[in-house]
Design a protein around this ligand. Structure first.
Ligand code: FE
Length: 254
C-alpha cells in the first residue's frame, strides 16, 4: 500500500507557502529527491510500506486489569510507557474489543502488571486468548492480589505493578489511548521485563513442523500456529490465539 510519490508532492506544494527563497530552495530539494526516486524506479525514495518494519519497534508486555460494578477482568497489552515524571504519568493503548477496556472507561482506574521473562505462555493464553465477556478470568485464578485501589494485579511472571488513574481517554477508533497518573507502584521481582521480541523467541510455542516439504504454509506470527494450504482464507481466525489472517505470514517449506 505504498503511496506513489506523484500523489505526495502536490500535498507538499500546497502545504507550504511560497514566499521566500528558502521555500524555493526547499522545493528544489524535494523535486531533486523525487527525480532520484523516479530514476531508481522506486516510490517514496525507496521506502515502501513494509509493515514488518513495525516488528522492529520495541515493546514490553503487560496485563492490563480493571474493575467496575463488581466485575474484574484483565487483558494483555504491549503499549504501556512512561510519558512524564512530574507527575508520573503513563500512556497505554487498549483495543475497544477488550472487556477490560470498558471496565477502565467506566471506573477510570486500572493496573498495569509488567510481565517478566519468567511469564509462562499460560499467562498469555489466560489473559490474551479469551474474552472477559465470555469468562471470568479471575475465577479460580490464584496468581493475583488486590492493590490499594481495589483492583487485581498479577503476582506470577511479573516484575512490577503500576496503579493508575485515568486523566484523559483519547478515542483512536479501534483503540482508546489512556493517559493516566500513577497513584501507586511496586517492584515485584528482579527478573528482566519480557519484551515482545523475547516473547516471540522464548515464550510462545515453537512453530509446529509442517507435515510435508515443498508445501506452502501460513504461520501465525503471534503464537506460531501453522495453517497448511496455498491460500489462507481472509476471514481465518487463529484457533490458538484468535488473531486474524493479517497476523499470518506465508512460509514455503524447503
Ligand atoms: Fe495464533
Amino acid at each position: 500500500m505504498s503511496t506513489p510519490r506523484e500523489e505526495k508532492i502536490p500535498f507538499i506544494l500546497t502545504a507550504i507557502s511560497l514566499t521566500t527563497a528558502w521555500d524555493e530552495l526547499y522545493l528544489n530539494i524535494v523535486k531533486k529527491a523525487a527525480s532520484i526516486g523516479t530514476a531508481a524506479g522506486k516510490n517514496d525514495g525507496g521506502i515502501t510500506m513494509d509493515t514488518k518494519t513495525l516488528f522492529n519497534l520495541t515493546y514490553g508486555l503487560f496485563v492490563f486489569t480493571s474493575r467496575f460494578d463488581g466485575k474484574d477482568s484483565g487483558c494483555i497489552i504491549n503499549t504501556a510507557g512512561q510519558v512524564t515524571d512530574t507527575p508520573n504519568r503513563i500512556s497505554v493503548t487498549v483495543n475497544k474489543a477488550n472487556f477490560t477496556h470498558d471496565l477502565a472507561m467506566k471506573s477510570g482506574i486500572f493496573n498495569v502488571s509488567i510481565l517478566s521473562e519468567a511469564a509462562s505462555f499460560d499467562t498469555f493464553r489466560h489473559f490474551g486468548f479469551q474474552s472477559g465477556r465470555d469468562v471470568d478470568k479471575f475465577a479460580g485464578y490464584d496468581s493475583c492480589q488486590r492493590s490499594g485501589n481495589g483492583l487485581y494485579y498479577i503476582t506470577a511472571g511479573t516484575n512490577g505493578v503500576l496503579s493508575a488513574k485515568v486523566e484523559q481517554a483519547v478515542d483512536l477508533g479501534t483503540h482508546t489511548l489512556f493517559i493516566a497518573t500513577l497513584d501507586d507502584m511496586k517492584v515485584l521481582s528482579d527478573v528482566p521485563s519480557a519484551t515482545y521480541a523475547y516473547y516471540h523467541a522464548n515464550i510462545k510455542p515453537k512453530p509446529q513442523a509442517p507435515k510435508a516439504k515443498g508445501k506452502t504454509v501460513w504461520r501465525c506470527v503471534i503464537c506460531g500456529y501453522i495453517y497448511e494450504g496455498e491460500e489462507l482464507p481472509a476471514d481465518f481466525i487463529c484457533p490458538l490465539c484468535k488473531h486474524p489472517a493479517s497476523d499470518f505470514e506465508k512460509v514455503v517449506v524447503e
